[in-house]
Design a protein around this ligand. Structure first.
Ligand code: IPM
Ligand code: MN
Length: 371
């Protein structure tokens, strides 16, 4: 049944990336053996270790393996190992390159207040109880890729740093369409976030979202917020949001902010998608929202839940079934009701290591699967 086989390519990255990704891989292996999900997991060489042995952080064969994968499982990028590589190599092996190369423009970041961890948040229970929203972040445009960019030295010796916020109508339309469609499958509400009171790119963003709304999605309730107000609303009353769509930079910032609803940045998963090709296939990358956290790397204390839930998004959207993803979701809740990593520690729960949390999720999967 190799025609049915789902290919997963693992790119653990740096910092805490390898530690948390290892737990996500254990979870996928569990699904392959215990629920016969037809997954083939490959570990093509990448990152600083590939640079050390092969002279490049992204060998052509790895790029090909990633291109052919149904799901790329990514850990985290950044930190001293990356900084030690020459700039061209950093760019060549980097996450931003991969997002761009595969045109994975739609980044989904679900933010759910779980009953098990509701007291781990710094926000009050009555504010976050029931939050279930999803941030759709544009991922291949805007300030992250706009040109001109760089640092130049002026004739008088001062230096000038430049970045460009730029969007075209098609870039706005395709990410807005993803968000409208998501909203249609949920509560039918979409909030689009921009800075149209100051930025022309924001004016155009808003007009384009409205045009698409009128043309194809008039059944959806659409509203717009300026990003500064949105940041405030996310901590004031997050339940007002269902689906949010916003640009690359604002999505980066607002998703870290919203993460605290879940108690820790370590809890947040994400999925990035390209458009579907004619054969129905699309590039898909799954990664926790947290970064490489060099300060705690190698200590075995990082929270792998964001990585494990990213594997859950992979099961749901690329390599398994909704039933598989739902089972994993329940197993994570079960594990969190028993043990905690240090970032979400609670007096009446045992604090476990990164691997310990992986163990707890696997044990919960066994229990819930009735085996
Ligand atoms: C994220 C990260 C990345 C980003 C960094 C590591 C480049 O913060 O995925 O949110 O800013 O996109
Ligand atoms: Mn970020």
């Amino acid at each position: 049944m190799s025609g049915n086989l789902r290919r997963v390519a693992v790119m653990p990255g740096t910092g805490i990336g390898p530690e948390v990704t290892a737990q996500a891989v254990r979870v996928l292996e569990w699904f392959a053996t215990r629920r016969t999900v037809p997954i083939d997991i490959a570990h093509p060489p990448s990152g600083p270790s590939a640079y050390a042995t092969l002279g490049t952080p992204m060998p052509d064969s790895t790029l090909e393996a990633l291109r052919n994968a149904d799901a790329i499982l990514f850990g985290a990028a950044g930190g001293p190992e990356i900084d030690a590589m020459p700039p061209a190599m950093r760019e060549a092996g980097g996450l931003r390159r991969l997002r761009k190369e595969f045109d994975m423009f739609a980044n989904l970041r679900p933010v759910v207040a779980r009953a098990a961890t509701i007291d781990s948040s710094t926000l009050k229970r009555e504010v976050i109880d029931g939050v279930d929203m999803i941030i759709v972040r544009e991922l291949t445009g805007g300030l992250y890729f706009g040109t001109p960019r760089g640092i130049e030295t002026l004739p008088d010796g001062r230096r000038r740093g430049i970045n460009t916020q730029v969007y075209t109508t098609d870039e706005v339309e395709r990410v807005a369409r993803v968000a409208f469609e998501l909203a249609r499958g949920r509560s039918g509400r979409l909030t689009s976030i921009d800075k149209a009171n100051v930025m022309e790119s924001g004016v155009m963003w808003r007009e384009e979202v409205e045009r698409l709304h009128r043309a194809e999605f008039s059944d959806i309730t659409l509203n717009h917020l300026y990003v500064d107000n949105a940041a405030m609303q996310i901590v004031r009353d997050p339940r007002q949001f269902d689906v949010i769509v916003t640009d690359n930079l604002f999505g980066d910032i607002l998703s870290d902010c919203a993460a605290m609803i879940t108690g820790s940045l370590g809890m947040l998963p994400s999925a990035s998608f390209s458009a579907r090709a004619a054969d129905g296939r699309r590039r898909a990358l799954f990664e926790p929202v947290h970064g490489s956290a060099p300060d705690i790397a190698g200590k075995g204390i990082a929270n792998p839940v964001g990585a494990i839930l990213s594997a859950g998004l992979a099961l749901r959207h690329a390599i398994g079934t909704a039933a598989d993803a739902d089972l994993l979701d329940r197993a994570v809740n079960d594990a969190l009701s028993r043990v905690r990593t240090a970032d979400i520690r609670q007096p009446d729960r045992t604090v476990v290591s990164t691997t310990g949390m992986g163990d707890a999720v696997l044990a919960a999967l066994d229990r819930l699967n009735g085996s």
